[in-house]
Write a protein of this length. Sequence first.
Length: 158
Amino acid sequence: MNRITCFAFMFLLISCEYFEKKKIYSEDLLEEELQTFNWNEVDTYPTFSSCDSITVKADSKACFQNTLVSNVNNFLEKQNLVVSKDVNDTIHLHIEINNKGVLDIKSIDYNPDTAVIIPEIDSLLRQSLKDIPKIHPAIKRGQQVTTAFELPIIVKIN
């Protein structure tokens, strides 16, 4: 009987762990959620009012980028640029749209020859984005977020 009592007592000690509740801490839940979060994707890209009716994500992004590119191209076409050599360059604008919808040019990459032929290209590109329509920021999980884009601008002057 003594062995049975001892065995029952040991069983009760060991089985108590099965009834113990695990504590779940909010920090652990947050950490787990952040691990599964895809930081490189947004639910909705930044948009202009003219692109609001587009529901397909890829089309919405294309509309946004095309609107920016056409704005830059229209501005550059209005400038009477006189060049000594032909220019054929793809300029890359690295832009950021913050969670308030404010656009900021982070950097501009272009061929050094383009800067020699058109010394004011940097300021012209910055000026071309000053009068863009209001931007609605990107949305991630119901929150407005900051996004970054690389926008290629083809400059061809003969």
